[in-house]
Design a protein around this ligand. Structure first.
Ligand SMILES: Cc1cc2nc3c(=O)[nH]c(=O)nc-3n(C[C@H](O)[C@H](O)[C@H](O)COP(=O)(O)OP(=O)(O)OC[C@H]3O[C@@H](n4cnc5c(N)ncnc54)[C@H](O)[C@@H]3O)c2cc1C
Length: 470
């Protein structure tokens, strides 16, 4: 829709958006915030977010695997894109995605991703862009010279042909298809939770079939370790994800062998921490807490929750009453373990009790000393687990998106194997490669959704130039 709008704003007519599902939005509608540099929101909040510095950080994060021209084009446009969306009636605030964000780049509007999608859809309607839902794109059409001439799609079990001088592919990767994940993504584990069931890679594979080169195929935007499940607290039913409790930096994490595997404060950045989790047996971890920790969460609030998640303006607001009781209820459903006996917890999570006891004793001794001899965790978060009852939350990994597939340049032109643009073919969003390395850049939050919107706009502008040149 961002691509369609950019072209429509430049006067292009007869634009059709094909959407497989019954409504638009994809994973973007599930997201919260977009990245922006030097945006109006940052200016309002006096946040210094220089494009040059953020560009360098994004490249460094990717270990130079990302294409610097794509990253530069995206970051350079991102502040203007925030203004573009605000002109559609949205209002953004820069919120911290994690307590360590510096500067804040995560732009969140009141209704989050769903509101951005609604604004884009409204604007499409206003500018005469036709949006056809329940229509699945299947195959690109090319003329004898290889130029794009249309697309074959499926609508109501009928095959339809859409003739078009240019096509922008933006089908959101293939995180909805376990077989493709298994085949292409070395970091995929069968235990991972998935999002975006409709994103099954058609866009990527139709581009490859039309002669596109691939780039970044197999990279995952994944997060963990995170406990699944949601508590509802207080009269207003405040939603508290168990993932935020398991991510408390003073908790103790063990793997299935009952051993620690990482400094738990890495939970501030669970898109990076996933790399430690996938090395553990079954890509599973258990977050262990004691009663004093639960009490301090209840009294002081969660330390790892961004604003904008309904917790109020103060990041560390005390939680409404009932946390202990809610955890007990979840324990009765088997979502987590609560016991005053570590051996019982160990048996419940399938860990050898003697190993778990050893790990906890070693950790507690380190806490007493104020020094973690194994992973040098910040002493501020070294708190012994001694006060029963004890809690164990099972933590897994989630895949949010795949991050690559089609090779593009900074104009979002799809490139063939000789790096030449395929005339009339463009791609945007997570279907494309080059905007990231193999780990989502959690250092600059919002870069996935932000890239999707910005690369869409860039693609729409490039399409316009192409159509005018015909
Ligand atoms: C729960 C969750 C939270 C997230 N939070 C954030 C966040 O706060 N910030 C951030 O930067 N990123 C976040 N992300 C990631 C981000 O949402 C995505 O990376 C980004 O929005 C992807 O945009 P896209 O346009 O490439 O794909 P999508 O938004 O997924 O759009 C792809 C669309 O194509 C449609 N489609 C698929 N196949 C076809 C076909 N063959 N024909 C027609 N249509 C098709 C799909 O139905 C979908 O509507 C989050 C992801 C999830 C799952």
């Amino acid at each position: 829709m961002a691509a369609a709008l950019a072209a429509a704003e430049m006067g292009i007519k007869n634009i059709i958006v094909l959407e497989k599902r019954s409504r638009v939005g994809g994973t973007s509608a599930m997201a919260s915030g977009i990245f922006g540099a030097e945006s109006p929101a940052q200016k309002r909040q006096a946040i210094l977010a220089p494009k040059e510095e953020l560009f360098k950080r994004a490249m460094a994060w990717s270990h130079l695997r990302a294409n610097p021209r794509i990253v530069r084009a995206f970051i350079d446009k991102s502040g203007d894109t925030v203004a573009w969306l605000e002109n559609m009636g949205l209002y953004f605030q820069c919120l911290p995605h994690s307590p360590t964000d510096d500067p804040r780049t995560w732009h969140v509007s009141k209704g989050q991703g769903a509101e951005i999608i609604q604004a884009l859809a409204r604007e499409c309607a206003r500018l005469g862009v036709e949006v056809r839902t329940e229509t699945t794109a299947r195959k690109l059409l090319q003329d004898a010279q290889g130029r794009i001439s249309g697309i074959i799609a499926e609508q109501d079990s009928r095959t339809i042909t859409v003739l078009a001088s240019a096509v922008v592919i933006s089908s959101g990767g293939f995180a909805g298809d376990r077989e493709l994940l298994r085949q292409y993504c070395p970091d995929y584990r069968a235990e991972m939770r998935l999002a975006g069931a409709a994103n099954t890679g058609e866009g990527i594979f139709m581009a490859l079939e039309a002669g596109a080169a691939s780039d970044g195929l197999g990279y995952l935007m994944a997060a963990g370790p995170l406990a699944g499940g949601l508590l509802r607290l207080g009269p207003d039913n405040l939603r508290v994800g168990l993932g935020f409790i398991s991510g408390e930096p003073f908790s103790l994490w063990v793997n299935q062998e009952g051993r620690r595997f990482i400094d738990e404060t890495e939970s501030f950045n669970y898109y990076r921490c996933i790399n430690a989790l996938i090395r553990q047996p079954g890509a599973v971890a258990y977050a262990l807490l004691d009663a004093s920790m639960i009490q301090s969460i209840a009294e002081l609030g969660l330390s790892n929750v961004p604003e904008g998640y309904g917790y109020g303006a103060d990041q560390r607001s005390p939680l409404p009453a009932g946390l202990v009781e809610a955890l007990q209820t979840e324990a009765e459903k088997g979502i987590l373990r609560v016991s005053s006996d570590w051996a019982e917890i160990a048996r419940g999570i399938g860990v050898e009790p003697a190993t778990l006891r050893c790990t906890i004793e070693e950790y507690n001794a380190g806490c007493d000393l104020g020094y973690d001899p194994v992973f040098t965790k910040n002493r501020r978060y070294l708190r012994p687990l001694r006060q029963p009852p004890f809690y164990a939350l099972t933590c897994g990994a989630s895949i949010l998106n795949t991050m690559g597939g089609i090779k593009v340049n900074e104009h979002m032109e799809v490139l063939d194997k000789q790096d030449n643009p395929i005339p009339g073919l463009y791609a945007a969003g997570v279907d494309t490669g080059g905007w990231t390395g193999d780990t989502y850049c959690a250092d600059l939050p919002g870069t996935a959704f932000g890239y999707a919107v910005n690369s869409g706009r860039i693609a729409g502008e490039s399409v316009t130039r192409y159509l005018r040149s015909l």
